[in-house]
Write a protein that binds this ligand. Sequence first.
Ligand code: ZN
Length: 367
Amino acid sequence: MFSRHLTKDISAYCHGELSSEDSKQFAEHIIACARCRTKFEEVKLGIKLAEQLPQLSAPDHLWHDLQPLLTNEPPQINLRSRRHPRIQLAAAAALLLIASASGLWLFNRPPSRPYWQVRRLDGTPRIGREGISNNGQLAIGQWLETDGSSRAQIAVGTIGNVDIDENTRVRLLETRATEHRLELARGKMSARIWAPPRLFFVDTPSAVAADLGCAYTLEVDDRGGGLLRVTSGWVALQLKDRESIVPAGAACETRPGIGPGTPYFEDSTTIFREALKKLNFENDSSALTSVLEQARSRDTLTLWHLLARVSEEDRVRVYEKMAAFTPPPAGVTREGVLQLDQKALESWRHALESTWMIMGGKGVFKK
Ligand SMILES: [Zn+2]
């Protein structure tokens, strides 16, 4: 198994029908292989659509995601007119198109298990009001809670596991083929996920963490502020249209109402990190001077994220500092970067990623 492309296994993977070992190998292949990853995204979308079809209440973003796949569709079918009677036809047509394009039959599969297995590590963790002595099951909507002397481990389907530290409250929000979602209300968890990007999410009071194939810890304090520390792979932190992409060795703080700050490497100088905190969360733009003075070559991770978050004047200073370390690649102009042209920023980021990696890890990719 797995000596070639894995398109035949995508559906089985999405429905939790592969063994843990095969799932892990599958995920590693998907992370490395653009061709299978594209197919995987298509199948994921098809399954999502199949799940939505009976009630026909797919969210707008789903239609938005779908449209690029439907470029060959006759233009008279308007997917956005959701109240139109023809929507049923359009949705069915879209589903069939995806199913046939994938060469897969997506209907009539049993749903994946609607709960997660929980194992006691220490003390007496509780699911709802029940203490668990050895193993328990966490169903959708249920809270798992630990006190000062208990810890637990959750198996996230076949894609990984999450350790829950002391004094932590988590709730299972969703578990299905295309999305696993946990809420971390307070405390600390460590996740190790072997899955293609953006299958496992953690909601916190001040940002959503999206797994991009990785291991990380996430902490939430009593005021809803968060701290993400990534030990391998990548994690994206999001609140509305603000996104921070955090590689191994880096951390990122989040605050309610603000969302994720800029990520920073944990081996950056103390002065750098303290100035960054002022810049991110105290609206103190004078702190940029210290950030720029203290920045090393790999701190372009922080500077790249700052480009879109500082004033136009300050953006020029950030640009100059970055360009002195690693000039933008061919085809990316100073003007493009300063105007925050999305393509220019992405290309520069790809060029910088090698300086952000520990021991030549894999680069991040678009979803
Ligand atoms: Zn492949």
